[in-house]
Design a protein around this ligand. Sequence first.
Ligand code: DQA
Length: 143
Amino acid sequence: MKILVINGPNLNLLGLREPQYYGSETYADLCEKIHAHAQKTGVEVAFFQSNHEGAIVDEIQAAYRVYDAIVINPAAYTHTSIAILDAFKSVKIPAVEVHISDLSKRESFRQFSYLRDYCLAVIIGHGTDGYCEAMDLLRERLG
Ligand code: DQA
């Protein structure tokens, strides 16, 4: 099974940005953790991070017939991007949405997700472990 992990804007600054919400692990630490989990569970994994909405749309389109599933943390685009939702609806790749912080305890503008209804599940507030949980869920449902 091939899974693509997409991270949206500012997640390249993990470790630096608002550690009270996102913890002290860096983006490199996150990729290492996911990679180790993928190896342990027999999943092939690839990573993409961008601060640009269109680049994320391009990556979702390019994933068509290449990846079996996508784990995505759209970051701030969660709350704004119809384009990312439309890309998923076009390629129909199964996806799980992940958020590191507990959005239910944060600002009202973070309570809405355009992508939520498309996704098989949304994992919120489990820190970076949420990405591994998302991969397990996809493996169980699709594997
Ligand atoms: C986030 C939550 C978003 O509201 C925020 O814009 C992010 C990260 C999370 O992982 O908790 O950049 O998606």
